[in-house]
Design a protein around this ligand. Structure first.
Ligand code: 3HC
Length: 402
């Protein structure tokens, strides 16, 4: 099915970003939210993204207006009778998403695809509330949506092959890289990203290094921004929700750092409200140091910092995901480069493991396990690979052939 018209529900940062991506490809889109104020804010966000391109001389003011003419704001069902795909980007609440799709079924055409941009809620559960689970699918964009090339395509248990194919083609028409991912908590990228981000937060609360020191070490390794800066960009409130869903699914290795919850409770939700791990506004909402001291007073031991401590949990989770068949080794690496800016020269976490040696990854994880705890327990596949001589580039075979 060719997609001629789309709708995005939820005009926040992600919803507006997705609407911009759709209009940029030349398709009309409705951007809907509950209040006119929210819709106007969303439309202003889309305009601001285009204005940035005009300011850089990458498009003319007339082209900006042509693109803006493709996006219409709505607070009701007007215009939904001929949309081919609805992408919801509302807050992370299963019941809210289920009710939304139920209501949309009554106003959208029979063949309309219902895509969810959820970070981590199960697609099958969202679909279970609808009459057409074959038409429900996960279509997960990454922040900032206009820049990050990846779209995770996540079929639920009842999603039809036709819907998967349509969403893959649609994503390509948006000039994105669609990667099909098996449904699991956090899907692929958040599942790998969160242990990395979380370990940075744990290192901070344990006094291993300062926020700036931690971020700088990972930027030196080639990441486009430090993990604590990224936490602030994603949102501390959103991150706590994702972390809790991962903990529910994967147990203690995915226990959220205490400091994350403290920040959330202190109202430091990140860049969007002026404070998170860093301060972005003049008006301060408490301060990070006193929150760290509070966590430390309730019992933490001082630990040592290393960039390996932060990156190894991501590699380990990549191997666990590979074991579970969440995605192929190639797709895992492409997804992490296109979705999080994992350095191209390292080729993704599994190519990176092959570069430094699978045996080295295993021994690093074993050492971290002894000093910092069982959350670093190595994936069984790593041991099998080392025993079998799959050491990476140096032995000519690892996660890939050389
Ligand atoms: N909106 C639109 N465009 C933006 C933007 C935004 N918020 N931020 C940056 N850009 C554009 C810039 O305009 C610039 O465009 P140009 O190349 O046409 O001039 C381009 O992106 C590069 O921007 P900058 O030069 O200002 O900055 P950087 O080179 O430092 O890149 C970044 C910024 C792309 C954000 C980079 O730091 C990055 O890749 N960070 C990692 C982001 C990441 O990991 N995202 C995934 C988070 S997880 C997630 O979203 C899942 C969810 O479920 C939680």
């Amino acid at each position: 099915m060719y997609i001629y018209k789309a709708a995005v529900i939820g005009a926040g940062t992600m919803g507006a970003g997705i609407a911009q991506v759709i209009t940029y490809s030349g398709l009309p889109v409705i951007l809907r939210d509950v209040t006119q104020e929210a819709v106007d804010r969303g439309l202003a966000t889309v305009r601001k993204i285009y204005q940035g391109r005009v300011d850089k001389g990458k498009m003319t003011a007339a082209e900006l207006e042509q693109k803006m003419a493709l996006v219409s704001g709505a607070t009701d069902d007007t215009g939904f009778s001929d949309v081919d795909i609805v992408i919801e980007a509302i807050y992370e609440d299963l019941e809210a998403k289920q009710k939304l799709f139920q209501a949309l079924e009554a106003v959208c055409p029979e063949g309309c695809i219902f895509a969810s941009n959820t970070s981590s809620l199960p697609i099958s559960a969202i679909a279970s509330a609808t009459k057409k689970p074959d038409k429900v699918i996960g279509m997960h964009f990454f922040n900032p949506a206009p820049v990050m090339k990846l779209v995770e395509v996540i079929p639920g248990l009842g999603t039809s092959q036709e819907t998967i194919d349509d969403v893959v083609l649609f994503s390509e028409s948006l000039r994105k890289i669609p990667i099909r991912v098996q449904e699991c908590a956090g899907f692929l990228v958040n599942r790998l990203l969160m242990p990395y981000l979380n370990e940075a937060a744990i290192a901070l609360q344990e006094g291993a290094a300062s926020a700036k020191g931690i971020d700088a070490a990972l930027v030196t390794l080639g990441m486009p921004m430090g993990p604590l800066t990224l936490f602030d960009m994603v949102g501390i409130d959103v991150s706590v929700k994702v972390a809790d869903i991962l903990h529910d699914a994967y147990g203690t290795r995915a226990t959220a750092a205490r400091i994350l919850r403290e920040l959330d409770q202190a109202g430091r939700h990140g860049l969007k409200n002026g404070a998170g791990f860093y301060d972005y506004a003049d008006e301060k909402k408490g301060d990070l140091d006193s929150l760290i001291q509070k966590v430390q007073a309730e019992g933490t031991t001082k630990t040592k910092f290393s960039a390996n401590r932060i990156i190894m949990p991501m590699i380990n989770e990549a191997v666990i995901s590979l074991q579970e068949g969440v995605a192929s080794a190639e797709d895992i690496d492409i997804a992490m480069m296109a979705g999080t800016g994992f350095p191209q020269d390292k080729g993704g976490p599994l190519h990176y493991a092959d570069q430094i040696g699978v045996d080295v990854v295993l021994s690093e994880l074993e050492a971290l396990c002894k000093t910092l705890g069982d959350r670093f327990w190595p994936a069984p596949m790593l041991k099998r690979m080392v025993q079998g001589g799959y050491l990476g580039q140096k032995s000519g075979k690892g996660f890939f052939q050389y």
